[in-house]
Design a protein. Structure first.
Length: 85
């Protein structure tokens, strides 16, 4: 994702994935394959790990719906914002 972003650009993500509640993650995990087969959607992805693996710097993160809906404003880690080191 970071490679496709302009140097001064931002990456906006609206994603759904793992919750911050273990009990809910257990439900998502138990039904993940059936949900993927039916809807083509992997609803138990670790979104924070995906962002970290992509090498993005998170400027803003908000979560809703028991922590399963993520709104993220990010940028490539190689971009340095004025006043930041």
């Amino acid at each position: 994702m970071g490679r496709a972003c302009k140097d001064d650009g931002r990456i906006l993500l609206l994603e759904h994935g793992r919750s911050h509640y273990t009990w809910l993650n257990n439900i998502l995990d138990a039904n993940a394959q059936r949900h993927l087969t039916k809807w083509g959607c992997s609803w138990n992805r670790d979104i924070l790990k995906v962002i970290d693996d992509a090498g993005l710097h998170v400027d803003y993160l908000a979560r809703w719906h028991f922590g399963t809906t993520y709104y993220v404003v990010a940028r490539p880690s190689s971009v340095v914002v004025k006043g930041e080191r």
